[in-house]
Design a protein around this ligand. Structure first.
Ligand SMILES: *Cc1c(COP(=O)(O)O)cnc(C)c1O
Length: 417
């Protein structure tokens, strides 16, 4: 029985999978089951921030696996406390507190629960709870019933009615639509400062500042979904800081790159006071209000600590920033008509394609046609929407590796004109 036969017989068909079978990785290289070597600029969709099997991450996991993998959150876990401190002091740098989940969707669910508690603490004028969270079109917040309702893409929600109520999706980067949208029941705004899955769309500084101002004016919580963009990927510890550095959000969610490959997510809530008696936002999720059996166990916390310390000590955010400008400069010099735009920041970049120049067979998008040709030539990249592919190399990628990927991209895209 082949792997794809086993899949067909035993695994739910929820993913459209490429036929590639990766079996081994080291740094930016990935090998398939036939021994072919690839340059991996997908990195598990921005997950393996240090590349495949980074020696420090491998050592941390090996050590902790032989020491203690799991204890319940009924007990103290020094690695969890240390990881929260690392995140607060070195990456967020705003007083607040962290909860550990196992994925990005769960992290966003946590923010949604925090918003509802806040809406109880600070209700509508008539005393009823505020509950509505505003999110944006083309956003992606995950696949749990909560995160799914927050996601602003009809195709992801199709067939799952009734969705969790209490969400409204507004056009992204549209200040006018935002300012007229707040209702008495509105309690929070959740957004990706850089939309990843939706095609790599950056919030403009004006828009992000307008969102923060609307939140201040209407007593709404401001939540950033940094699941894909956070922890150095976008050229700063947090992606919003490169757009409007001065903004202080009330909540943040993460996952993907924070574990370097182990399943860990988290959300953060600010310590700011939310009532005259000094109650803080971070205290609204008190004992018994939220939990996760696996969340932040010793194994994943040891791994995530190794990743975040490496990102900080090597200043990998600075490498992201530098590689972004090298990529942008090279693509600009190519001057290829098939590339309409390079969007994004740091090493979360989207190369947008002119669909009219790319012949597509039935059922394939221009992005998929290009992604397949790149794979054929040994470069792995993920699509983002129908007309864009993403570059998501590890944060420690070298000049030579970037140049190699760019050469392959150039060779493939030269064919379309
Ligand atoms: C991937 C992603 C999620 C969902 O994360 P999962 O770990 O798949 O649940 C949420 N938000 C953003 C911005 C993402 O990119």
């Amino acid at each position: 029985m082949t792997t794809s036969e086993r899949y067909a017989q035993h695994v739910l068909p929820t993913y459209g999978r490429f036929s590639l079978v990766p079996v081994r990785g080291a740094g930016v290289r990935l090998w398939d089951d036939a021994g072919k070597c690839y340059l991996d600029f997908c990195m598990g969709i921005a997950v393996c921030s240090l590349g495949h099997c980074h020696p420090k991450l491998v050592a941390a996991v090996r050590h902790q696996a032989g020491e203690l993998m799991h204890v319940s959150n009924l007990y103290q876990n020094p690695l969890q406390a240390e990881l929260a401190q690392e995140i607060n002091e070195h990456h967020v740098r705003i007083p607040g507190k962290v909860f550990f989940s196992n994925s990005g969707a769960e992290a966003n669910d946590g923010l949604i629960k925090a918003a509802r508690r806040f809406g109880l603490k600070r209700p509508q004028p008539d005393g009823s709870q505020r509950f509505e969270v505003i999110t944006f079109l083309q956003s992606f917040h995950g696949r749990t019933l909560g995160a799914l309702a927050a996601t602003g893409q009809a195709k992801i929600q199709e067939g799952f009615d009734p969705l969790l109520p209490g969400f409204r999706h507004l056009p992204f980067n549209n200040i006018e639509a935002l300012e007229n949208s707040i209702r008495p029941e509105t309690v929070a705004i959740l957004l990706e400062p850089i939309q990843g899955e939706g095609g790599v769309n950056c919030a403009t500084p004006e828009f992000l500042r307008a969102v923060a101002e609307v939140c201040r004016k209407h007593d709404l919580l401001l939540f950033f979904d940094e699941v894909q963009a956070g922890f150095g990927r976008c050229g700063d510890a947090m992606s919003w800081r490169r757009i409007a550095e001065e903004i202080e959000p009330d909540g943040i969610s993460w996952a993907k790159g924070m574990g370097g490959g182990v399943p860990i997510g988290s959300f953060w809530l600010s310590d700011r006071a939310v009532s005259d008696d000094g109650t803080t936002l971070s205290s609204l999720l008190g004992v018994g209000s939220h939990g996760s059996t696996y969340g932040g166990n010793p194994l994943v916390c040891a791994a995530s600590l190794a990743v975040l310390i490496e990102i900080r000590e090597r200043d990998l955010a600075a490498n992201s920033l530098r590689q972004e400008s090298r990529i942008r400069e090279t693509v600009r010099l190519w001057n290829l008509p098939v590339i309409t735009e390079v969007r994004g920041q740091g090493l979360l970049l989207g190369i947008a394609l002119n669909p009219e120049l790319i012949p597509t067979p039935e059922g394939k998008t221009p992005a998929l046609v290009v992604v397949n040709q790149l794979m054929e030539r040994g470069l792995i990249v993920p699509p983002a929407g129908p007309n864009t592919f993403r570059l998501l190399p590890p944060l420690n990628v070298t000049d030579a590796e970037i140049d190699e990927a760019l050469e392959t991209i150039h060779a493939v895209l030269c064919e379309f004109h």
